[in-house]
Design a protein. Sequence first.
Lengths: 102, 501
Amino acid sequence: MELKPGSRWKSAVCDAQLVVVRPPSAPGELQCGGAPVVPIDDASAPGGAVHPDFAEGVLIGKRYTDEASGIEVLGAKAGKGSLAFNGVAMTIKGAKPLPASD
Amino acid sequence: MRTPLLLDIAADACCDRQALGGRADGVDFDGYRARATRVAAWLAGKGKANTAFLGMNGTALPLLLFASGMAGTPFVPLNYRLADADLNKLVARSAPAVLIADDDMLARIAPVEGVELVARSDFEAEFLGDETPEKVELPEADNDIAVLLFTSGTTGEPKAAVLRHGNLTSYVMSTVEFLGADEEEAALVSVPSYHIAGISAILTAAYGGRRIVYLPAFTAEDWVATAAHEGITHAMVVPTMLDRILDVMAETGETLPALRALSYGGGKMPEPVIARALEMLPQVDFVNAYGLTETSSTIALLGAEDHRIAFASDDPQVRRRIASVGQPLPSVELEIRREDGSCCAPGEQGEIHVRGEQVSGEYLHKKAIADDGWFATNDAGWLDEGGYLFVEGRLDDVIVRGGENISPGEIEDMLRTFDDIADCAVLGIPCEKWGEKVVAVIVSRSGHPDTTAMAATIRTKLRSTKTPEQWFVRDALPYNETGKLLRRILKAELAEEVCAG
């Protein structure tokens, strides 16, 4: 899976959609709900179950990171599964939104 | 990452939210993207390298910006305020291009090889119909230049600043929360398309999920009427606009209850104007933003809370921050440097340097960024102990009098505290004895300014070398349409007067 900046992905097990903002420093697997994500234009509908260890959900507009690899992902659509990189749960990036300036 | 992605994910997530135009007759996000893809396919079919635009603000503009990104043709908005000869030079420099121009501007353009002219009315008839068209699937383009913006060129030929997709998307994604706007939010855009704020407004609104309403061209009356009618919540204005908007509000009694946030930038906001604005619009959050074309817009901002704290403070160090541009964005690094490249201490003036992904620091065929990524802004400024940035204007505007560097901003701020002064500029005029001497140009409210008394006050509060040696009284000062004082014009006029005198 080539996790290029700007590449779009979706969960295989829930409604979440994702955009890679920063690539990982080394190749690896982006997962949602415990299953590898699939390219956004993949025709298959979500199936299977969200793994209970990765069921905290993806929120729209939030950014998720994995500190070790540096990968950063934007939640473009919400879903029930939560994100992991190579099996390690990703954490929400607590950036305070800035006021609109233009 | 490319700019069309910003629209694409917004359109997927909130397809039926209003995106462009009026509440009643606007275009939703789905229609926005679908129309942009059709424009992109049309542009790709033309096979020209660039997409140029000459015209007033309107829905055609964001469609062209995103479509250019989809088609891989840099978007080149041209300044319709230029004289025909200068405009035609830029038209020629944008070749080979498709140039979409307002119908009443077509006659201004001299035919040139490689530039295909399209009347805006034809463009709008084709792409801005009421029916939402079918989206076109396009291959991902690979040209990574998103926008070419010609700088104002006050010192010679305008330079074409290059903004890459990576610069712009980085700026948007690091400053705006994706779909952070609620459905009621709407931004009123009145800065022209050839200004960086006009470009960034389109991108941040799309990503934030905020509707854009355009004023074709700014008048304070139209601005207030449109803001009221459209329930505008957000807007960006330049200093001269805000003063006139407040006048119209006072005359009409309009209070703009929907308005939540006003950002300003593009020049120094006189403190009396911002004080009046805070009083007349108590529900509004004010944001002062500082940025350059070469930095993809904002790099520092003074937020609403900063405004309130500064205004309420008795501590002069905090109080004066109302005149600052706040703190650098978390996503950029900012340093003030001396001429030898070393960093200035707090309170010490030097040149503002900036580094970050949003910083392009690049002109066509010429990189202006250091190998380590730092960009010298050519703006003079300083940071206070709390890290608040004060911008003193262009480095070229600093007056060098007998070897002493004097920044006009400090003297102008002092002048503005006199009730009789409606507007002012302080400039250095060539002089045999000192190299340059300090002169003040003022607009007097009474028509009979007591410059002797003013000079005496400045001498006491600043020092004698900073006291204007000559005073000129004018009815008005020259500004460009985005509120920038045209110092060079003023300086040239004065140099003649001083010589003649």
